[in-house]
Design a protein around this ligand. Sequence first.
Ligand code: APR
Length: 260
Amino acid sequence: MVNADMETLAEQVAELIDKSQRLVVFTGAGISTESGIPDFRGKDGIWTKMDPEDFTIQRFVARPEVRKMQWKLLAEGGLLKDARPNIAHYAIAELEKLGKLDCVVTQNIDNLHQLAGNSPEIVFELHGNMQYVRCLGCHRRLPMAEIIARLSVEDLPECEHCKGILKPDAVFFGESLPQLVLSEAARRATQCDLCIVIGSTLVVYPAASIPMYAYDAGAKVVIINIGATPMDSKAAVRIEGKAGETMTKVMRQVKRKMSK
Ligand code: APR
């Protein structure tokens, strides 16, 4: 029966997508767990093993040992490894190819939406991207790969230009989000008619405001997640299920409707 429910709910989501003129997809770490990247608050999430306080900008700047720990994690590939997109990412890229997607707003820093084929100009990364490193002194931006290569001989890389602190170009707790990205994502959310949330607890602000802006502007909200979220009662359709399996069922129905 559960599968039947899933099929029925997937068909309802496909109907909303088919009728939508402006679809915004909002993703969180839950869409990347099937690519081998742990999420934060789900079962076995990163915050069940590490202290989020160690990922505040204050502690990163103040404590060299915290910076060493983070660079060691990155050198070991602990956060992103060489992750590849999964079927849920490819489903969202296919929505763009089918002309059904306005944009993707993501909290993720793993670059997997772009790798799956979504156009970078419609992927709004609210929490930055781990492909780059930023110098907190002279603000130069360097490829992450360049710094990872140095980690075999250095455990605390500094900026070669100004000796400043180097930091992955992801947004740490206590840091503000990239304002232009956030404002454009918010603008798109207030203009969409459908917002599909995939793989997020919707507890971290201001990112979690995005689906709320859509809802408050009259859009329908769909939530696909393993575990409850504070927006569940506002969802037009709520699917308790895996991102990959769910989006596969949804896309099968979307393409069936488009072929009619
Ligand atoms: N399919 C569907 N849902 C999944 C899957 C999956 N395969 N795997 C995990 N989930 C669910 C988890 O159960 C959890 O409810 O995805 C959700 C992920 O929530 P979080 O770990 O809180 O991730 P996110 O919402 O993206 O966190 C927001 O918090 O720590 C900060 O900066 C970090 O961007 C992150 C922000």
